[in-house]
Design a protein around this ligand. Structure first.
Ligand code: SMO
Length: 714
């Protein structure tokens, strides 16, 4: 079947970014990249978590509109790029883009059906029959029972000796389920093959919603066997990423491979069901900790054991959550003896990758739950206990026991700010009065620190003779509004109007090689690269350089550490266990803020996502490795009416590590809010003694905890 030839003029230029165009409904998201004559892809996916693949039967696939059914052999057995070895990878097997002899998770791509329309491709894929011999599946069960399988990676932070005979030892064990990133826009990839008489000059343009276009291009080029210069990767407008679009997936690479193999234009958009089963998941951990206190309430030692879930294959950033959680402990508190061990173990389940916060939420959850339990044990108010143990602002920069360097921050002031806004003393008094009336109401605090990325980001600034300015960044955007922030930064640096600045992002043909938008690093590091390039451009202009003046620059930085304090008040209905978040007060320190409207939006959005994990989200696999929460009928995400009013106040302790003094805001809500909600729920039920509550804090769980004679295992 021949494909109508796509004309070159049809290429979508979505490189230039204006945030208000998105608000006007004029964005160009993955599915809007309508390439003329594109064929559509659907994946045949594994129905088993673990099985031997005996035979793949395509007899029943209807021929109407069918272009091809392709298997691993047809596409020449390519493997996923290897994961970033930020922690030692004890074993990492090659993972075939399409399954060959063994199936290793429900939803794993096994074959590709190419057809004239998406519907025909999906109908065809549904008719491919897989003959399999099921094998026992290894689920995340090890997270709760101790590992029966060797971990894929480990980490250890030890300093000093844990004290013997402490006055108090708080001890918690927290189990957090996997969650899905639930971007409004499912993954999508389109690829257009450009044929050339000279085989060596064929090239490809790929549209992929990506946080890391430069690395995605490198990954694509490697699998396609093409030089980088013959692969153009365009990340169009992206309807949410949250880490789940930071690393390429088998489906992305397969879309490009099919385009190359058929020398055709092809397009794939995931269904919501595919995102649940085979998209990149987040969290999934069991966190155990012991916090030692002396008789004055000083923290003297922290022991922690962290178990993290991994899927059947490792996305590029798969080890980051474990690495972050382990290195961030003990958070904003002064050095104490430390014995932190962590491991991450693979299962026959969907891949786990970074997800908004990426290990930072786990560190805050474990530490802050321990701190509040310690306060109850020692009979010290949790605010007073924290004030005794926080790192003082005049001790910054502060080298932590786990080997990190906190660049800046003022944790005691954050705590005071939040308490003032909350009216802490009055709130405690009202809590006591309500308790006396038989109400169940809790106040929970959480402090957090948030490392915001290191390494380089790039910028290319062009001054045109007519006064216009073009800013091209190596960092793309997925809804953060970077086009506005970057234009604002350039305008300030160049003393011009933001309306004169055109921002280019996410197109490897028009933007410099960059790191990408992750780890809340874009404003601090990407923004600094823009400012630095602008300053150089001004110097060149003043030195008499001729237009257009083009400056390529990179900015490299150590981590800036954001921090904050969240206080939540939660009431729990004694009859139903229904939790109501009555107040949420938050003091955030993201250093210098460039655009307060956008920063506020990031904080609120992060809080909503954090609230989702704390209160309702949970992916569940059964013992056979079947996903039993595979749709929005079974998986709850927060809606507008689940959100309390959020009262935000700010502190601006500048980071010394970048030109702006900026720090990150995008992930903070997922870090501080869940820990505060956990502490509010535990405080509410504390008249019953210590309750082993876990996320999500459902009515059912809270109700069961309130039934003293109820068999909790029923
Ligand atoms: S989870 Mo973020 O994209 O570092």
């Amino acid at each position: 079947m021949t494909q109508p030839s796509p004309s070159n003029s049809s290429q979508h230029h979505v490189t230039r970014r204006e945030d208000d165009a998105l608000l006007r409904g004029q964005g160009c998201f993955g599915q809007d990249v309508a390439l003329p004559g594109a064929w559509h892809i659907a994946f045949v996916r594994s129905p088993h978590a673990h099985a031997k693949l005996l035979h793949l039967d395509t007899e029943a696939v209807p021929l109407q509109g069918l272009v091809a059914v392709l298997t691993a052999e047809d596409l020449a057995l390519h493997s996923m790029p290897h994961a970033n070895p930020l922690l030692p990878l004890l074993h990492q097997e090659d993972f075939s883009l399409l399954a060959t002899h063994t199936l290793t998770y429900v939803g794993q791509p096994v074959a590709v059906v190419v057809a004239l329309t998406r519907e025909l491709a999906q109908a065809g894929a549904a008719q491919v029959v897989l003959h399999c011999q099921p094998l026992p599946a290894r689920t995340d069960h090890h997270l709760q029972t101790g590992s029966d399988h060797p971990p894929t990676t480990r980490t250890v932070h030890r300093q000093g000796v844990l004290p013997q005979g402490s006055a108090h030892v708080a001890q918690v064990r927290l189990v957090s389920p996997r969650v899905t990133a639930m971007a409004m826009e499912p993954r999508a990839c389109s690829a257009q093959w450009h044929e050339h008489d000279d085989e060596k000059k064929c090239s490809i343009t790929i549209w992929l919603g990506s946080q890391t276009p430069s690395r995605a291009r490198a990954d694509m080029a490697q699998v396609l066997g093409l030089p980088h210069s013959q692969v153009r990767l365009i990340s169009p407008d992206v309807g949410g990423a949250f880490g789940a679009k930071a690393s390429v997936s088998p489906e992305d690479l397969l879309t490009a491979l099919v385009s190359q193999c058929l020398r055709a234009t092809v397009s794939w958009t995931a269904t919501r069901s595919e995102e649940f089963a085979a998209g990149m998941q987040g969290r999934g951990s069991t966190l155990q900790g012991r916090l030692h206190l002396d008789d004055q309430g000083h923290f003297t030692g922290l022991a922690a054991e962290l178990q993290f879930a991994l899927g059947a294959w490792l996305p590029f950033s798969a080890v980051v959550p474990l690495r972050n959680a382990a290195r961030i402990l003990p958070g904003p508190y002064r050095t104490m003896a430390l014995d932190v061990t962590g491991q991450a173990t693979q299962a026959h389940a969907a891949p786990v990758n970074i997800y908004r916060g990426a290990g930072r939420p786990e560190a805050a959850l474990l530490m802050e739950t321990l701190v509040e339990q310690a306060a109850r044990l020692a009979g010290i108010d949790p605010v007073a206990l924290r004030l005794k143990n926080l790192i003082a602002a005049d001790h910054m920069p502060y080298a932590t026991a786990s080997g990190e360097l906190l660049d800046s921050g003022d944790f005691a002031t954050l705590l005071h700010l939040a308490c003032d806004k909350f009216g802490y003393d009055r709130e405690r008094q009202q809590q006591a009065e309500r308790r006396a009336r038989g109400e169940w109401v809790g106040i929970g605090l959480a402090l957090y620190v948030e490392p915001c990325g290191q390494g380089f980001e790039s910028a290319r600034v062009t001054l045109h003779a007519d006064g216009r300015v073009t800013v091209a960044s190596g960092a793309p955007a997925q809804g953060q509004g970077h086009a506005t922030t970057f234009a604002q930064l350039a305008a300030q640096a160049l003393s011009c109007e933001a309306s004169q600045v055109t921002v280019l992002m996410g197109d490897t043909d028009h933007c410099p090689n960059g790191t990408g938008a992750l780890a809340s690093r874009s404003t601090a590091i990407g923004g600094s690269a823009i400012v630095q390039a602008c300053r150089t451009a001004l110097a060149l202009r003043d030195g008499g350089a001729t237009y257009p003046i083009v400056v390529d620059d990179t900015f490299t930085s150590d981590e800036a550490w954001s921090s904050g304090c969240v206080i939540a008040r939660m009431a729990i209905d004694p009859d139903t266990g229904h939790p109501t978040i009555e107040r949420l007060v938050w003091a955030d320190d993201a250093g210098h803020i460039v655009n307060s409207t956008l920063a506020h939006g990031q904080l609120v959005g992060g809080a909503a996502q954090g609230l989702g994990q704390a209160m309702m989200e949970r992916l569940v696999y059964d013992r056979q490795g079947q996903l039993i929460t595979g749709s929005l009928m079974d998986y709850a995400v927060p809606r507008a009416d689940d959100m309390p009013a959020i009262e935000i106040t700010s502190l601006h302790t500048p980071s010394p590590n970048n030109l702006l003094g900026a720090k990150g805001v995008g992930e903070a809500g997922c870090i501080g809010v869940p820990a505060a909600l956990m502490n509010a729920a535990r405080d509410a039920l504390s008249p019953l003694g210590e309750c082993d509550l876990n996320f999500p804090l459902t009515s059912e769980q809270l109700w069961r905890a309130m039934q003293p004679r109820f068999d909790k295992d029923l």
